[in-house]
Design a protein around this ligand. Sequence first.
Ligand SMILES: [Zn+2]
Length: 159
Amino acid sequence: MQFDNLFDKQLRELSEEQAWVLQVLGQHRSALLSTLEGTLERARSGFVASSLESLLRLGLVECRDEVWRLTWTGTGVANWREQKVWLKLLPAGMRLTEPRDGENGSEIGPSCDLYRQTLFAHGRCWCGRSRREHLASPEAAQSDVANGIGDRAVGEGGV
Ligand SMILES: [Zn+2]
């Protein structure tokens, strides 16, 4: 099949290894070199399939039509793992912010009164909102919660 988009043209110019690294980086969104090297090393040793099976039993991933994705909890674990990667890079005296109940760092969580910057999603709080949204009126925060729930329902039903 012939494609006409720019991305396909660029992809065809990449080696298998370059494309694989690109994809793994995309899945991490951002990562240290050591993280990517670790991911690729384990993938070569067949670590991925057995890991996915065990993650499935833990409820951290789900699989539908052979497509794997993170569950709500799995997303929280993955976000937290990324947050912790930054631990050794923090200035002295600075602490990692942590999620509260009902927050996974990616989806809109319960209403929030304290901006807690995440290090895996620039400008976002663990509750899934931007700093600006924390300054909004309580009414606006409420409607954000309602919108978040609506989006989640659509996401779960679709694809
Ligand atoms: Zn918040």
